[in-house]
Design a binder for this molecule. Structure first.
Ligand code: PA5
Length: 437
């Protein structure tokens, strides 16, 4: 496995000297990650996770996933932010956008608790009608409003449909380990639900390779052993702080270099729709980790070539505020040929005998060249293929790069104090006890 970094379409925008000048800073930031991990100063448990995870719980996740796959038609995953994005990104990356329609050997998987929209819940309930159900509620704090509402709805549905005893076999809880009064863990224990742990030293957005992501991913039929192996490979590869050979450090340095030139936005671009949720996961990882103290690169994500027909105009000729990071897949899952046709009214005759990947890779090159001409640098990261091992590898790469980048920016990448601001207002407006004026 590898994450190749190409600067072919970015080199015009910086000097090698400026990059080399940043090396001591990147090394220092990487040393801070390691140091804070050793001292347990920040929640950096993800750093050693690919080697140092709870093997007993991992085995239980696999057994439980097998049981869920046999027992239900619909599996509802309830969580928000770091408690769902990684799982959804992994499932679409490994099993495809149409996994619910195409993978008939396991349940359909839906996500809830990601908004406070009643229409969404009502429609999801319609989908569940007449189907065998299981639910996994995921919340580290156990008190987040959006998933709490959805959990009420689905708990009630399951208890009504199966009775309280059978509900114990169909409701799975992933939350903090500590049993504190009024917490989800306490509730799960009282009700007799099988529960899994969000480790205390791993924050939500870094938790996809814990039970938070692994249970839903395993229920989708994806191979979580390979995923952990891929992450372990990345951990070993990037452990060495030799900048010249470490693409993770290089990526962290380059994005900070562009930021310091006034490029405040990073556009993550993907040429495969199965990576759309990867974009959402990256936006949370980088946005929540870096955007604080009046600083931070604002992460945006686009799917090309779709968004070349919408945002493309802005990227080409609008304000020069951004750089792009394209995440390429070297080898698609299938070779899909352009159909031959006697009629050539679409003018596609010149592509006959070619496959879609040929078109896709040239769309990428054409776009990167155009954006370069338009004053937008493009970094290219290339993974081999869309499978479990590559997903684990990619997750570790971006988590480590994010931690290094955050320390380079001079922020604490592991907290999110700003997230509380909207909650306080919302709770006051809703009249939650303790929040009224
Ligand atoms: O990264 C984070 O910590 C957050 O995005 C959380 O994952 C998100 O707010 C959900 O929190 P919880 O799992 O406590 O419900």
């Amino acid at each position: 496995m590898s994450m190749k970094l190409s600067t072919e379409f970015a080199e015009k925008f910086y000097s090698e000297k400026a990059l080399q000048d940043l090396v001591p800073e990147v090394e220092k930031a990487f040393a801070t990650v390691k140091d804070h991990f050793k001292k347990g100063e920040d929640p950096i448990g993800w750093f050693s996770l690919p080697e140092d995870y709870d093997k007993e719980e991992f085995a239980r996740i696999k057994t439980c996933a097998e049981r869920i796959r046999k027992m239900c038609d619909v599996f509802v995953v309830i969580g928000i932010g770091g408690s769902y994005l990684g799982a959804r990104a992994a499932i679409e990356f490994c099993q495809g956008v149409f996994h619910n329609q195409l993978r008939k050997d396991g349940p359909e998987i839906y996500f809830a608790g990601t908004s406070v929209d009643g229409d969404y819940l009502a429609e999801l309930l319609q989908i569940c009608e007449g189907k065998e159900l299981c639910v996994n509620v995921i919340s580290k704090s156990g008190t987040t409003t959006e998933p709490a509402i959805a959990f009420r709805v689905f708990r009630e549905l399951i208890e009504k449909k199966y009775g309280k005893e059978e509900a114990k076999n169909r409701i799975f809880v992933t939350t903090d380990q500590k049993i504190k009064p009024g917490t989800l863990k306490e509730f799960a224990t009282e009700e007799g639900y099988e529960s899994f742990v969000v480790p205390g030293n791993i924050g939500g957005r870094f938790s996809v390779l814990t039970a938070v992501g692994l249970l839903p991913i395993a229920v989708s039929g994806a191979d979580i052993d390979s995923m952990m192996r891929g992450a372990k490979e990345a951990k070993e590869e990037f452990a060495d702080a030799d900048f010249s050979a470490n693409t993770c450090m290089q990526y962290a340095a380059l994005r900070n270099l562009f930021y310091r030139q006034g490029k405040k936005f990073e556009m993550y671009a993907f040429y495969t729709p199965a990576m759309e949720l990867m974009g959402e996961w990256l936006k949370q990882l980088y946005g929540e980790s870096e955007g604080k103290d009046g600083k931070g690169i604002f992460p945006v994500s686009v799917i090309y070539s779709r968004d070349l027909h919408s945002l493309g105009q802005y990227v080409q000729q609008g304000e020069r505020l951004m750089f792009e990071t394209v995440l390429q897949i070297a080898h698609p899952k299938v070779k899909f040929d352009i159909p031959k046709s006697k009629a050539n009214m679409d003018g596609l005759g010149y592509l006959e005998g070619r496959d879609m990947d040929f078109v896709n890779k040239n769309a990428f090159r054409g776009t990167a060249l155009a954006h370069q001409d338009g004053g937008v640098a493009t970094l290219v990261l290339e993974l081999e293929k869309e499978d479990e091992a590559n997903f684990g590898y990619m997750v570790y790469f971006f988590e480590l790069a994010c931690a290094i980048s955050g320390y380079m920016l001079g922020v604490n990448p592991f907290n999110q104090p700003g997230v509380e601001a909207y909650k306080k207002n919302m709770f006051r407006l809703l009249g939650k006890p303790g929040y009224t004026n």
